[in-house]
Design a protein around this ligand. Sequence first.
Ligand code: PLP
Length: 391
Amino acid sequence: MYEIGDAELKAVAKVIESGQLFRYRGGEGGQCDQFEKELAEKIGCKYSLLVTSGTGALTAALVGCGYGPGDEVIVPAYTFMASALAVLAAGAIPVIAEIDESMTIDPRDAESKISDRTRAIMPVHMMGLPSNLNALKKITRANKIDIVEDACQAVGGSYKKKRLGTIGKAGAFSFNHFKIIACGEGGAVLTSDRKVYERALIQHDGGCAFRGHAGSMSEPIFTGFNMRASEILGAIMRGQLKRLDKILDRLRARKAAFVEVLRDGKGFSMAPVNCVDGDCGVTTAIQFESEERRVKAEAALKEAGIGGSSPINSGMHVYSNWKPVLEQRAAHHPKLNPFNLTDRKYEYSADMCPRTTDILSRTLFLNTVYGKTPAQHRSRAKQALKALGKV
Ligand SMILES: *Cc1c(COP(=O)(O)O)cnc(C)c1O
């Protein structure tokens, strides 16, 4: 979260004063409904659905697409574990693919992992950096499988002028505290496919059969779960959405100023960005020839007060730390475990994606500082170059 304030405070106060915190049964046309309309319009898709988390949004998107036991979804080895958890929550199997230097899924490695059971590739636009969607589109089209985007960290970002989250069959945003726009905990499903939307809607609300909108559905109602958002979340998110353009403009202007100076540096390279205009501007990734040099550079930048951290140390964002996934304990009961619902055997290990481990360990993220000016970012980059020059 970069900004929150008076607008959200007032909106929340209004909801509380109204005494109507539930989005259905009287809340129709209220904050959640209006937010969904505004979000779909802004991002450029037919439907959006506000839910209580990004993991929930991803799960509802995958359920919406109809994936289940026996199906495989290819996820990158560098993403928050929730990408894999959502696949498992839908009953399907996450197949882990390497990333490339862009810090997003390597299309060629993803392609090599397609089997007769693959239903989708899930690109994850980590740190607001767009995945290589043109390459992925070619591959998924040729293999008649889907793209489902995890755009949890990339709200508002785009790829070749189309917003991230709307390029595949379905997409998901997260609005948890750490994301670009936020309400503490929340998420959204994005799709232009009516069937996917209806099934996601059913999944997100176990009480769906009782709703007024149940009658207008063409999909049969199954037992879903509950990840309904309250009017309070809807109200906060409407305020946050109004801030999105300004937040992205600020981040991008600051990153551009930072990169303009940093790109002249020696001894490291700028990580390639798949779509510079669409990048959210959250971070600048720089890469070294070895882990050893990255460690030294990190220490030098720390000493100079510039900061920076390596994604290899980002805990549950690195596949080798996804213990319950790697050990295939994927449900509270063995009979619900998707690994027991398929006749295929899967093998995971902490060293199955060595290229990803290598890239992560050679990379440093220098995050954009929201409160500092572009000029300050230029001088920060100069200081960084000085510190790196001594490594
Ligand atoms: C944050 C995040 C999620 C999950 O979002 P929650 O709202 O925390 O459930 C999923 N994928 C990625 C890449 C994320 O960064």
